[in-house]
Design a protein. Structure first.
Length: 393
C-alpha cells in the first residue's frame, strides 16, 4: 500500500435554502471586499443571485460583480477578473454557479494573489505560492470543483484547455442546496452524472495497491450515481436523487475515493477530453463518455484485475468466464449506462468528425499538456493517445 495525503479543508453547508447562510459564511472570513463571480443566465432568472446579494448585504459584506462565466471557462474573463480584483482591492472570491464558474473564480484568485501571468501555472512554467480564498454557492452537481484542488481554463489563443492543481485553491466553504439543480436540462444533469463517475473511475483504475476501504467507498459512490442518474432521467424533480448526486459530486473529487500517492490517479480520459473541449467546445461530461470506452479497451489488459473488480462490484457482471471476458462485459455495461442517460459513446455520437490530421493535432496537444505521458492504468504517450482518438471515431 502506497502512502498518501488526504486534505479537505472545505466547510460544507448542505440542504434546502442553504444559500441564505452565505453572507454569514463570508463574514466569518473577515473579507474586506468580495468579487461575486457568476455566469448570469439561470442564477439571475431563478432569483438565486438576488438572494445571495441580499444575504451578503444583510451580513454587511461589501461586494462587486463579474458575470460572464461560460462552460469551458475562458482565460480572457479570468484576466478581466484579475484586473477587477486588483483595482477594487478584492480579497475574497465568491463563485455562484456550476463548476465552470468555480474554476474561473479559482483562476482569478490565483492571478490576483501574486504577480505574473496566471496562465504560467496552467502552462507548467511555475507553481503558485498564493491564492485568494474562494467560497462557492453550487448550482450544478458535476465537476466537484467546490471541494477539489483543481481548476481548468481554456486559453482562446490556440484553444488550449489546461488544468492546474494546488491545495491553495480548495474552497474555504461550499454551500449546496440540491433544489438549485432542479432547473437543469436533462442533458446537463446527465453530463454532470458522467463527470462525477469519471472522477472516481480515474482514481479507481490505477496500477498501485489501494486500501480495500477506499475501493469500497469508490464502488459505493459509483453504484449510487448510476442508480440515481436513472431515477433523475425518469423523475428530474426527485429530491432524494438530487441530494445523492450533489453529495456524490463533491466526494468524488475531494480525494476521498482515491489518493495522492504516485500512480494514485489516472486522469487520461480527462486529458483526452480536455483537448476536445478546448477545440470543439463540447460539454465536458459528454466528451468524457465519448472517449472512455475507447480508452478502457485500449488499457484494460494492463490493469485487468481492477477492470474485473469494477465489472463485478460496480456494474453487476456475473463472475463467469475469463477475467478478460468479465472486464470487457463491465466496459460494455458502462457504455450501456451512458447510452441509457443520453450520453454519447463515440466522437460521431458527440457530434464531431475530426479528420485524421486533426486527431494527430489533438494527440500532440494532449501529449504536450501531459508533459509527454499520462496515466496509471497504462502510461500513454502521444502514439497511444492518437490510437485512442482513432478508436473513438
Amino acid at each position: 500500500m502506497s502512502g498518501f495525503m488526504y486534505y479537505t479543508p472545505t466547510k460544507v453547508v448542505f440542504g434546502k435554502d442553504a444559500e441564505a447562510q452565505v453572507g454569514a459564511l463570508v463574514a466569518e472570513q473577515n473579507a474586506r471586499k468580495v468579487l461575486l463571480h457568476h455566469g448570469g443566465g439561470s442564477v439571475v432568472k431563478s432569483g438565486l443571485l438576488n438572494r445571495v446579494k441580499a444575504s451578503l448585504t444583510e451580513a454587511g459584506v461589501d461586494f462587486i460583480e463579474l458575470g460572464g462565466a461560460v462552460p469551458n471557462p475562458r482565460l480572457s474573463l479570468v484576466y478581466r477578473g484579475i484586473e477587477l480584483c486588483r483595482s477594487e482591492d478584492v480579497d475574497f472570491l465568491l463563485a455562484v454557479g456550476g463548476g465552470s464558474t468555480v474554476d474561473s473564480a479559482k483562476a482569478i484568485a490565483f492571478g490576483a494573489a501574486e504577480d505574473g501571468d496566471v496562465w504560467d501555472l496552467f502552462d507548467r512554467k511555475r507553481q503558485a505560492t498564493a491564492c485568494l480564498p474562494v467560497g462557492v454557492v453550487l448550482t450544478l452537481a458535476a465537476t466537484g470543483s467546490e471541494m477539489s484542488d483543481s481548476t481548468v481554463i481554456t486559453n482562446e489563443d490556440g484553444w488550449i484547455k489546461r488544468g492546474y492543481g494546488s491545495n491553495l485553491c480548495r474552497p474555504v466553504f461550499a454551500v449546496m442546496n440540491p433544489d438549485l439543480t432542479k432547473t437543469l436540462p436533462d442533458y446537463q444533469t446527465a453530463c454532470g452524472c458522467t463527470d462525477i463517475l469519471m472522477h472516481t473511475m480515474e482514481r479507481y483504475f490505477v496500477s498501485v495497491p489501494r486500501l480495500e476501504l477506499t475501493d469500497s467507498i469508490a464502488e459505493a459512490l459509483m453504484r449510487t450515481v448510476i442508480h440515481y442518474a436513472g431515477v433523475l432521467k425518469n423523475d428530474p424533480q426527485n429530491d432524494r436523487a438530487r441530494a445523492e448526486i450533489m453529495w456524490a459530486g463533491s466526494l468524488s473529487h475531494n480525494d476521498l475515493t482515491g489518493s495522492r500517492a504516485n500512480g494514485g490517479a489516472d486522469f487520461s480520459s480527462h486529458a483526452l477530453e480536455h483537448e476536445l473541449g478546448g477545440v470543439y467546445d463540447v460539454a465536458h461530461g459528454a466528451g468524457l463518455a465519448a472517449v472512455w470506452g475507447s480508452w478502457a479497451r485500449y488499457v484494460y489488459r494492463d490493469c485487468l484485475p481492477r477492470f474485473k473488480k469494477f465489472a463485478v462490484r460496480v456494474m453487476g457482471v456475473a463472475e463467469t468466464g475469463t477475467d478478460e471476458e468479465i472486464a470487457l462485459k463491465g466496459i460494455e455495461a458502462m457504455e450501456g449506462f451512458f447510452r441509457s442517460i443520453g450520453m454519447p459513446i463515440s466522437l460521431a455520437e458527440l457530434g464531431i468528425h475530426p479528420t485524421d490530421e486533426e486527431l494527430k493535432q489533438l494527440a500532440h496537444k494532449c501529449s504536450v499538456s501531459a508533459g509527454g505521458a499520462k496515466g496509471s492504468a497504462k502510461v500513454l504517450h502521444e502514439a497511444d493517445m492518437l490510437a485512442i482518438y482513432r478508436m473513438a471515431l
